[in-house]
Ligand binder design. Structure first.
Ligand code: 5GP
Length: 113
């Protein structure tokens, strides 16, 4: 099990974040340092430290996460113009928070929140 991270605390609402979407599988919140008009981080509620761990995780966990990422983009109304999903893995992948997170980025802000 990976060490406790800031995202564990956000998930438990111990530190604040601008949550934009939540369901049984994922929590999505705005990146504190946005690099695009839409820059949201999506984490699985069932903790995974990094993308590489999905190679031995139950397929349903990986599926639940990726379907959740797609739901976030849908809820933010990004589907028509498109969006980018980025996953950093490990040191050379520039992963700084050891809790799996997908960045959903888009140039155009359609979200109402
Ligand atoms: P990584 O570098 O691990 O791929 O991405 C971590 C991301 O989390 C960065 O884009 C960083 O701006 C964001 N981040 C780090 N700490 C916090 C925080 O406390 N709150 C929020 N909302 N985002 C954070």
């Amino acid at each position: 099990m990976a060490d406790e991270t800031i995202f564990d605390k956000i998930l438990r609402r111990e530190i604040p974040a601008q949550v934009v979407y939540e369901d049984d599988d994922v929590l999505a919140f705005r990146d504190v340092n946005p690099q695009a008009p839409v820059h949201v981080l999506v984490i699985p509620k069932k903790k995974v430290g990094r993308f590489a761990e999905l190679k031995s995780a139950p397929l349903r966990d990986a599926g639940a996460f990726f379907a959740g990422v797609a739901r976030v983009a849908h809820e933010l109304r990004l589907e028509q113009n498109g969006y980018r999903v980025v996953l950093n893995n490990g040191r050379d992948g520039q992963q700084t928070v050891e809790y799996l997170h997908a960045r959903v980025r888009a140039k155009t802000l359609f979200a109402t929140h």
